[in-house]
Design a protein around this ligand. Structure first.
Ligand SMILES: NC(=O)c1ccc[n+]([C@@H]2O[C@H](COP(=O)([O-])OP(=O)(O)OC[C@H]3O[C@@H](n4cnc5c(N)ncnc54)[C@H](O)[C@@H]3O)[C@@H](O)[C@H]2O)c1
Length: 345
């Protein structure tokens, strides 16, 4: 199999590339990345040493994709920050996440290659989520039982309303999903959409606005300034990247079973943490540190937990706990503390 991974020097893309090359040495893996993400360049050497081909290229330009040889494309390139839409990088966000995806779809269509798209839970509008009723405990929000479509006792299903504003980031991804549906229906593309919440694990160059588990662990390890936005009761479920990889491995080897479907894919309720709970785990596993609070940040969600029921019917459930994920990240940073200092400090 010849797999092209766009954004292949990023956290998810490089983790996928390494997994496929290790598990299936005969596969030809190519990663394309424009090295936009700080730290992504650190992945080039390890990937090349494994026999993976690196191409410096940009999904915004079709010419960078059109001559590549592949029979499966995994689109993992993005400006993945929900805050990016607020700043001058707005056009970059749209050009990469939306127009870049269209270029990937066209290149895949040309090669008759299926596409796996890594979408986001941010396609669900903020007002839909923040206006639900919550039980507020000392440490976290939990959704109160209700009859709202897409809300179950386990979290949010694919049936959650898409009606409302969701951030520019979320909109670029939803628009991309809609275009994929059109490419499937009109042009015969085969594609699978995985909507993930928070993905984490060793190898993530996390920052305040993206990769919060790594950001938190790194701030403890390097004793950096850190602040809890709002009351710290905001909850997210955490998906270890290895669990996501296990799913994508299953999907690419059984494309027809999954093609045309959209899945919510996340750590689930058992692997959900509020910021306060995350902070407590850092105190338990890393060191003691006093963390002040700050006013709530714009675009923040009170809660996002994935109901994995649909994908569970296809034989996948997350296996790695949120606590194990934090320990994995903390060990990676501690083991590479000096090499990673310039990224995190
Ligand atoms: N990490 C998460 O928590 C999370 C959650 C949901 C969805 N996602 C999605 O997963 C995918 C991968 O995210 P990630 O966490 O690995 O982010 P990342 O920033 O680590 O990786 C994205 C990669 O894309 C590259 N890139 C950016 N613009 C590009 C362009 N124009 N052309 C080519 N390459 C470009 C970056 O250099 C980077 O290496 C993204 O589509 C993101 O939206 C991530």
């Amino acid at each position: 199999m010849k797999i092209l991974i766009t954004g292949g020097c990023g956290f998810v893309g490089s983790s996928l590339a390494k997994h496929f090359k290790t598990r299936y040495p005969s596969y030809e893996i190519t990663v394309l990345d424009n090295l936009y993400r700080k730290g992504s360049e650190l992945n080039i050497e390890p990937l090349e040493k494994m026999g993976i081909t690196f191409i410096k290229g940009d999904v915004r330009f079709y010419d960078d994709l059109k001559d590549l040889d592949f029979d499966l494309l995994i689109e993992a390139s993005a400006e993945p920050s929900v805050m990016a839409g607020k700043g001058a990088d707005r056009r970059y966000l749209i050009d990469t996440n939306f127009n870049g995806l269209i270029n990937c779809l066209d290149a895949a269509l040309e090669k008759e290659a299926p596409v796996i798209f890594i979408s986001t839970s941010r396609v669900y509008p903020m007002s839909v989520i923040n206006s639900l009723k919550y039980i507020v405990t000392e440490d976290r929000y939990d959704v109160a039982s209700c009859n709202t479509a897409g809300v179950s006792e386990n979290g949010f299903t694919e049936k959650l309303s898409l009606d409302g504003a969701r951030s520019l980031y979320g909109t670029t991804k939803l628009a991309g999903e809609m275009m994929i549906t059109e490419y499937i229906e009109t042009l015969g593309l085969k594609a699978i959409v995985n909507r993930s919440g928070l993905i984490a694990g060793a190898g993530q160059f996390g920052k305040t606005d993206q990769g919060v588990i790594t950001h938190w662990a790194a701030s403890y390890i390097y004793d950096k300034k850190l602040a809890i936005f709002g009351n710290g009761k905001q909850v997210r479920d955490i998906l270890h990247v290895k669990d996501l990889i296990r799913l994508i491995d299953m999907q690419i080897h059984d494309i027809d079973k999954f093609a045309g479907e959209t899945f919510n894919v996340g750590g689930g309720l058992d692997n959900s943490l509020s910021i306060r709970e995350l902070d407590d785990l850092c105190k338990k596993h890393i060191c003691d540190k006093k963390v002040p609070t700050k006013p709530i940040r714009e675009l923040d969600l009170k809660y996002y937990v994935t109901d994995n029921n649909k994908i569970a019917h296809y034989g996948w459930m997350p296996e790695i706990s949120a606590e194990e994920t934090l320990i994995d990240i903390a060990n990676w940073i501690k083991d590479n503390k000096e090499d990673l200092r310039w990224i995190f400090v």
